[in-house]
Design a protein around this ligand. Structure first.
Ligand code: UVW
Length: 321
């Protein structure tokens, strides 16, 4: 990280940045998902050519561990009942001889493939749409993940494979790219990024978790990704991007290299523009298929769990080509 001088506060960095607050009324909780309506769903439907389907969610609760933001505990699945209970005579005595297994999971709601609620991050005491940050106390009373789960995310998705474009298996630690790089990669792939597309970006990073020793993956944690600039934020605003989905844990380079600010795009895109972020996707199989058949657009569908007051929730997006 190359930090010159003091790290600016987001209020300074983003003082002239565009905002969509109020655009969809004073009670809005889904932000740029308002851009996805029947015409956008139908343009996604028009991308279905072969009927091939792909799921983008990770396995949850592997004994070896799952990729997760440093400091967050791993998901823990707990067996509550199984055959052993019945062998010990402690199982439920259901009429007719039925036996069953039950379990529960304890996990961070951001602890696997997930959608962030629009109220997940903020600065200057206000979250998305200008709601007071105090509304987050004890659970998100405004802009939780629940309305996103209620609405769902459906439209034309386009995959930009930045790793493949740069001839790499995986982008390097802290490696950055911009909206201009996305457009260049799209042109090379022969696909157009259209207004209101669900933008899916592959870096190869989450895939690398499965073949990299954990100490190396997490060392000086610094993911590759999009990097902040006023022009990039304006491009997202002008393109009316409803959702940004990536195969990294936090969807952007961890620290913006010029200033050292942590996750400025969370603040500029999510808090200010209401763009929903889907994180920790696994895109490698989809990308291989797109490279093989030359089709980089598809119908993208996803809906996070409707966790009341949740700051985010697990999701397993389904893509149909
Ligand atoms: C943080 O909360 C730091 O990031 P994420 O959006 O990945 O959960």
């Amino acid at each position: 990280m190359c930090v010159s001088g003091d790290i600016p506060h987001a209020r300074e960095l983003l003082k002239d940045a565009p905002k969509n607050w109020g655009k969809w009324g004073p009670d809005d909780e889904v932000g740029s998902l308002n851009y996805l309506n029947e015409p956008e769903v139908l343009s996604g439907r028009d991308c279905i050519r072969s009927g091939k389907t792909f799921t983008l969610g990770l396995e949850i609760g592997r004994p070896e561990g799952d990729p997760i933001w440093p400091g967050r505990p791993q998901p823990q699945r707990v067996q509550i009942r199984d055959r052993g209970d019945f062998l010990a005579g402690a199982g439920k005595n259901y009429p007719g001889g039925l036996e069953d297994s039950d379990d529960m999971i304890i996990m961070m709601l951001q602890g696997s493939t997930q959608y962030d609620a629009l109220g997940h991050v903020w600065y200057d005491d206000q979250i998305w749409n200008g709601y007071p940050a105090e509304t987050t106390a004890g659970g998100l009373k405004k802009a939780s993940v629940c309305p996103i789960g209620e609405r769902g995310v459906v439209g034309r998705g386009v995959l930009i494979d930045m790793a493949r474009h740069r001839g790499k298996k995986v982008l390097g630690r802290g490696e950055t790219f911009t909206h201009k790089d996305l457009m260049e990669a799209a042109a090379a792939q022969g696909v157009e990024i259209r207004k209101r597309d669900i933008l899916v970006i592959r870096t190869g990073w989450i895939g690398s978790f499965y073949y990299t020793p954990a100490e190396e993956f997490y060392k000086d944690f610094l993911e590759p990704g999009l990097t902040y600039s006023p022009e990039l934020v304006q491009w997202f605003a002008d393109m009316e991007i409803p959702s940004l989905c990536t195969d990294t844990i936090a969807n952007e380079v961890t620290f913006e290299p010029e200033t050292g600010v942590l996750l400025p795009l969370h603040m500029a895109l999510m808090r200010n523009l209401g763009i929903t972020l889907a994180e920790i996707l696994l895109l490698d199989k989809l990308a291989d298929d797109c490279a093989a058949d030359g089709q980089w657009d598809f119908l993208y569908t996803a809906a996070p769990l409707k966790v009341v007051q949740g700051t985010g929730a697990p999701v397993n997006p389904v893509v149909i080509k």
